[in-house]
Write a protein that binds this ligand. Structure first.
Ligand SMILES: O=C(O)CCC(=O)C(=O)O
Length: 231
């Protein structure tokens, strides 16, 4: 976590230049990838003091853990989560949404201003300290949000690498056989307080992942993905 020098300050010093070299700056200070499943990346979406405050509050959420049945065994997922908004069915499990909190509503409103979309649902992932928590290659199914809408992803805490990769197959084949996947893009380092947007339709033609890392001292990370369930 970056340290805030003066908690009473009203304006926060700009963050250091983003380390994402595969992104081009736009006039408004946001960045867009030239060739990837991300259509917008803004490293300064949240002022640092707000990002620190929101991270501290969200870390106290009552986290849940998905399990997946494999070879007759319940395998726990390598991350924790909490869901807000419209009830989905994920990994065969009907999820009871948590009530929106002041912090999730605040971020929802900021995302609304930045994207023009008032998303009705939110998945929050918690990657515990240590760097081993991760999410493998996948695209988000329509049961987790309509593909006709973008997915807006806000990151807080440890900087972790996010990758996208195109695929060309269709139906289940494209998920099963790696030969249907294109080359992975250069990873985008999702920074504390950043916003990344995967555009409408991208879940059909891109997969994404957040890799585990062996980097010593990797702290906790919270990722909020806003989705539209009932357009
Ligand atoms: O943590 C991230 O940045 C990615 C989260 C993700 O891929 C998902 O929730 O489907």
């Amino acid at each position: 976590m970056k340290q805030t020098q003066n908690t009473n300050q009203t304006s926060v010093a700009p963050k250091p230049e983003s380390s994402n070299f595969n992104l081009a700056r736009t006039k408004r200070g946001c960045m867009t990838t030239m060739k990837s499943g991300i259509s917008l990346y803004d490293p300064n979406f949240l002022p640092q003091a707000d990002a620190d405050r929101l991270f501290a509050a969200l870390e106290k959420l009552p986290w849940k853990r998905h399990t997946m049945k494999m070879y007759g065994k319940e395998i726990p997922m390598p991350r924790l989560y909490q869901w807000f908004g419209v009830t989905p069915c994920i990994y065969g499990e009907t999820i009871t949404p948590h009530e929106w909190t002041p912090e999730t509503l605040e971020i929802q409103e900021r995302v609304h201003k930045a994207t023009g979309v008032l998303f009705d649902s939110l998945n929050v992932n918690y990657y515990r300290p240590g760097g081993t928590d991760h999410i493998g290659w996948h695209s988000d199914g329509e049961e987790e949000g309509s593909w006709e809408f973008p997915i807006a992803s806000v990151s807080l805490g440890a900087v972790r690498k996010f990758q996208t990769r195109p695929y060309n197959g269709n139906g289940k084949l494209k998920r099963r056989f790696h030969k249907f996947f294109g080359e992975p893009d250069v990873p985008v380092a999702l920074e504390h307080g950043s916003l990344a947007v995967m555009p409408a339709g991208s879940q059909e033609s891109y997969v994404h992942r957040l890799k585990a890392t062996k980097q010593q001292g990797t702290g906790a990370r919270i990722n909020l993905t806003f989705r539209m369930m009932r357009p």
